[in-house]
Design a protein around this ligand. Structure first.
Ligand code: CTP
Ligand code: MG
Length: 170
């Protein structure tokens, strides 16, 4: 596998990264669970999952696809495919992130506590599954994305922490 196919793999998944990362900057306000608790008495999702973060993430992730199309139209074939792909990657990433938080709360982990594996790959697997019907990657490139995403996730979170955007470096 050449360097260019590895870079195309990152290019493919980029909207999911933007969708997953942008809530740190645009999130806040009313939590999606509205403060409600599950039968275990713990929060359904917690204060870290807000409507603004969710829709802001979907919006910025989808806009990423728009920019990508104008930079590399040949990779997508049509604007419709580029936008559908970016939207599904973004929606999948954010829904996967919500599911992850649901399980973190069930495991008695407070908002913001790390869950190694789930935090780095939950959003990714969900994004890949949602996008699959529109456009996917050859299995070698999918494997590469699965391997590098945890490192990119840690790097991006550490950067956001150093920038003062979040209070923990994970
Ligand atoms: N965020 C948001 N809405 C979302 C997802 C994230 O507002 N749907 C914002 C919150 O400010 C959140 C931050 O982005 O604290 C970082 O996201 P994440 O690490 O996914 O949330 P955590 O705070 O770690 O919460 P959890 O323990 O539930 O994962
Ligand atoms: Mg977190």
């Amino acid at each position: 596998m050449g360097l260019s196919s590895l870079l195309w793999a990152i290019w493919y998944i980029l909207p999911a990264y933007v969708a997953n990362g942008s809530p740190v900057l645009v999130g806040g306000g009313r939590p999606i669970d509205g403060g409600r608790t599950w039968r275990d008495g713990k929060r359904l999702l917690g204060d870290g999952k807000t409507w603004r973060g969710f829709f802001g993430g979907v919006l910025f992730g989808t806009l990423t696809g728009l920019i990508q199309y104008f930079l590399t139209p040949g990779f997508y074939g049509s604007l419709k495919i580029a936008l559908e792909l970016a939207f599904l990657l973004s929606l999948g990433a954010l829904l996967g992130d919500l599911i992850g938080s649901f399980f973190k709360r069930r495991a008695n982990l407070p908002r913001g506590a790390p869950a190694i594996g789930l935090d780095q790959l939950g959003f990714l697997l969900s994004a890949l599954a949602f996008a699959y019907p529109v456009k996917t990657l050859p299995s070698g490139q999918l494997l590469f994305v699965l391997i590098v995403t945890p490192f990119i996730h840690w790097g991006a979170n550490y950067f956001a922490y150093r920038m003062g955007w979040k209070s923990v470096p994970w």
